[in-house]
Ligand binder design. Structure first.
Ligand code: GDP
Length: 364
């Protein structure tokens, strides 16, 4: 599964959020598969309304959502890029994730220690950004010094070097690579560096209870400061989320959420957004035994998508029967969609669309 890593300064509510995620995953374990990978890694179901709707039509024995991994990357502090407090280890952990969930403290609480003085969401974000940027600068500079000599004789390396120099200049201005306008070819030049500030990010403004629905001056300031990045800011209260996730009885959960005027846990929104951030597609299989969501990357062809279910499906792929999601919903069943001519037979070159309802034919 793809991974999203939770980062942020100490005492901003990261582990509270992580516990909420892993507890809600455990609560689901009664219905679905769950495995603990690591104390800091939780596997969580991705809520998807389309899956629900399909299941309402098919009424299967089992509904199986797709999952993503959430990793708690604790321990980032000012100076991490210089190796302060295990800094390099944590930065290394970030390199492995596919997307970043950056938690920012937007709540006041004098009992909760804050090394950096008064609450300052924008400043906090900058501290973390700076560490990641410095680390990236290091990677970029290393590659520059390696390729400088070759660039004199090799035009391809020369072009790469130009991209690297642009990245360097950009980072030196205190900006993240994701804000830099790079073409697809440019991206190839830096792909092997897995730059930290190139990873997609979303921000969690961890606000106090009273601001859960409205946000507050801190979350507003944060929103303003990330406008340029076009990044999403999710306003939530991690303590409340952790409490909801701990409740085993669904009725207790409902009552609790009602009390706080919540329609759904904010966690659902967060996971959904993290999934979108990863640029993932979902296709479905819909049978009476199980209706299930499967994760693929944008652009994958049918055999590769089939391989997510089983490698044999990919190896022995013959063809796929495909019904578009909205056709399926419109006609209400596979049989009716087929009658209406909406079931397509697709071959090896078919590029799977988000929401496709698929059935694979394969040789064993
Ligand atoms: P981490 O160091 O970022 O992992 O932070 P923790 O999740 O351990 O949280 C640090 C402290 O802040 C804990 O005592 C939490 O209970 C508390 N905390 C977390 N979220 C909130 C919140 O939304 N409001 C308040 N008042 N306290 C919170």
């Amino acid at each position: 599964a793809l991974q999203a890593g939770i980062v942020g300064l100490p005492n901003v509510g990261k582990s509270t959020l992580f516990n909420a995620v892993s507890n809600s995953a455990k609560a689901q374990a009664s219905n679905y598969r769950f495995c603990t990978i690591d104390p800091n890694v939780g596997l969580v179901d991705v809520p998807d309304q389309r899956l629900k709707k399909l299941a309402e039509l098919v009424v299967p024995d089992k509904i199986v959502p797709t999952q993503i991994e959430i990793v708690d990357i604790a321990g980032l502090v000012r100076g991490a890029s210089k190796g302060e407090g295990l800094g390099n280890k944590f930065l290394g952990n970030i390199r492995e994730v596919d997307a970043i969930i950056h938690v920012i403290r937007c709540f006041e609480d004098e009992n909760i220690l804050r090394d950096e003085g008064a609450i300052n969401p924008v400043g906090d974000k900058e501290i973390i950004d700076t560490e990641l940027q410095l680390k990236d600068l290091d990677s970029v500079e290393k590659k520059i010094s390696k390729s400088e000599k070759q660039a004199r004789t090799d035009p391809k390396i020369k072009a790469e070097l130009e991209v690297l120099l642009r990245c360097k200049g950009h980072l030196e201005q205190g900006k993240s690579i994701r804000e830099l306008d790079l073409s697809k070819e440019d991206k190839v030049a830096i792909a092997d560096l897995f730059l930290l500030t190139d990873k997609p990010v979303l921000y969690v403004a961890n606000v106090d209870e009273a601001s859960m629905h409205t946000g507050n001056k801190y979350s507003e300031a944060l929103k303003e400061s990330v406008k340029q990045e076009k990044a999403e800011v999710i306003i939530m209260n991690n303590n409340i989320e952790a409490q909801i996730a701990e409740m085993e009885n669904p009725e207790d959960k409902e009552l609790f959420m009602e009390e706080y005027q919540m329609k759904e846990p904010a966690l659902d929104r967060l996971i959904h957004s993290a999934y979108r951030l990863l640029n993932l597609y979902t296709y479905f299989t819909a049978g009476v035994q199980e209706v299930r969501a499967w994760t693929i990357q944008e652009g994958w062809k049918a055999p590769q998508a089939a391989g997510v279910i089983h490698t044999d499906f990919e190896k022995g792929f013959i063809k796929a029967e495909v019904i578009g999601y909205s056709d399926y919903i419109h006609y209400g069943s596979e049989a009716s969609a087929r009658e209406a001519g909406k079931l397509r037979i697709e071959g090896k070159e078919y590029i799977v669309k988000d929401g496709d309802v698929m059935h694979f034919r394969f040789n064993v």
